[in-house]
Design a protein around this ligand. Structure first.
Ligand SMILES: *Cc1c(COP(=O)(O)O)cnc(C)c1O
Length: 415
């Protein structure tokens, strides 16, 4: 990273970036939506592509000077289509949230009914939660997980769909540790005449690597972020059937956005080339193996895992039986060098700002090359910290051990 050129202009920001880089290097990053982009992806993000304006699409731009930008965007699109087996790809959404808004703009009219997973049960804000534009401009109804096993209740989804006749059904989540049954969602959508959107923001890398089934054969439209398990730059992407290609493209530009972030498009092309390598499929598989190993260790320590375990990259832990609120646990763990987020659990008795659980995941640790042995150590550390959340001496000792482990598994782009 070219910190020196930043330091010459702005020592304050250079210093803060250096500190953040050190923090990312020396702590265990368990936030399941985060990852470490490769040095190549970071370099493309920091390149001169930042300087270009290119409203429109390849061959149909509003400004001159696009020969290389068009080629870069075409590469990103071709690689996205090949990697996911999609008819069409739009790589311009600024992030996951605007990608979803563009999908709604393409497929819906204000006031239309949507059926999606509720936020407190693991869904995402942009799927119609009341405080968001998606909740204000559309009539959102939400399904959840079953109380008995904390899995999505497809019978409930089907019953709600038959009764409500939504225009759009959304599947996809931010805090759901199990495989999504895209074929079952598609069958329900077809029965009630709804369109199906699969939002794979969290699991895109697992889908690309073959560690989670793909929604592409089943969904009309697939939206995703590019920076979570896919390990690319901060951005969004929409894949769709040929039938929706024009509508989606028009909804992204000029419907919702101005000029695409060409530095992000370039970095996405690089990340997609990385994801096409056999090593990325190994990565995706190891992410899941690590999550399962961590789940087993934590279960052995008496942690109450939502749905009993995991099929993907994340675990949701209900700490009610440990008598430690999620936020208290997250703060204690951070002092021990273990960074996660407090999270609501399904049917939470506490508030969203002071929830009962924590959410953890393995994408970042797996990028560092950690495996099952490291997950066992991590599970033991988490047990010790949560058992004594006020013990700052213990936290300091573990933070030292964590830093040592991190040194043995350097993360790309930081240090
Ligand atoms: C993260 C996420 C998004 C939003 O992505 P941003 O890039 O943060 O806007 C949308 N949907 C789901 C399911 C997500 O997990």
């Amino acid at each position: 990273m070219d910190l020196e050129s930043i330091r010459a202009v702005d020592p304050a920001v250079a210093d803060l970036i250096a500190r953040e880089s050190g923090r990312q290097a020396r702590t265990l990053r368990l936030i399941p939506s985060e990852n470490y982009a490769s040095a190549a992806v970071l370099a493309a993000t920091g390149s001169c592509l930042t300087n270009k304006y290119s409203e429109g699409y390849a061959g149909k731009r509003y400004y001159q000077g696009q020969e290389h930008i068009d080629a870069i965007e075409a590469l990103a699109i071709e690689r996205a289509k090949a990697l996911f087996g999609a008819d069409h790809a739009n790589v311009q959404p600024y992030s996951g949230s605007p990608a979803n808004l563009a999908v709604y703009f393409a497929l819906l009219k204000p006031g239309d009914r949507i059926l999606s997973m509720s936020l407190p049960h693991g869904g995402h804000l942009t799927h119609g939660w009341k405080v968001t534009i998606s909740g204000k401009y559309f009539e959102a109804h939400q399904y959840g997980v079953r109380a008995s096993d904390q899995r999505i209740d497809m019978d409930q989804v089907a019953a709600m769909a038959r009764e409500l006749r939504p225009k759009l059904i959304i599947c996809g989540a931010s805090a759901y540790p199990r495989i999504l049954d895209f074929a079952a969602f598609a069958a329900i959508a077809e029965e009630v005449g709804a369109l199906l959107l699969a939002d794979i923001a969290h699991i895109a890398g697992l889908v690309a690597g073959g560690a989670h089934p793909s929604p592409v054969p089943y969904a009309d439209v697939v939206s995703t972020t590019t920076h979570k398990t896919l390990r690319g730059p901060r951005g969004g992407m929409i894949l769709c059937r040929k039938k929706w290609a024009k509508k989606i493209d028009r909804a992204v530009f000029p419907g919702l956005q101005g000029g695409p972030h060409d530095h992000t498009t370039g970095a996405l092309a690089v990340a997609l080339a990385e994801a096409q390598q056999p090593a990325f499929a190994d990565y995706a598989r190891q992410v899941v193996d690590n999550a399962k190993a961590l789940a087993e260790r934590l279960s052995g320590h008496g942690f109450d895992l939502v749905s009993g375990g995991t099929d993907n990259h994340l675990l949701l832990i209900d700490l009610t039986n440990k008598n430690v609120p999620g936020k208290v646990a997250a703060v204690a763990l951070e002092r021990a060098g273990i960074v996660c987020n407090a999270n609501s659990v399904p049917f939470d008795q506490r508030t969203p700002f002071d929830p009962s659980g924590i959410r953890i995941g393995t994408p970042s640790l797996t990028t560092r090359g950690m495996g099952v042995d490291e997950m066992k150590r991590l599970g033991d550390w988490m047990q010790q910290v949560v058992a004594a959340p006020d013990d700052e001496a213990l936290q300091a000792r573990i933070a030292g051990e964590v830093a040592e482990l991190c040194e043995a598994f350097p993360a790309p782009g930081v240090g």
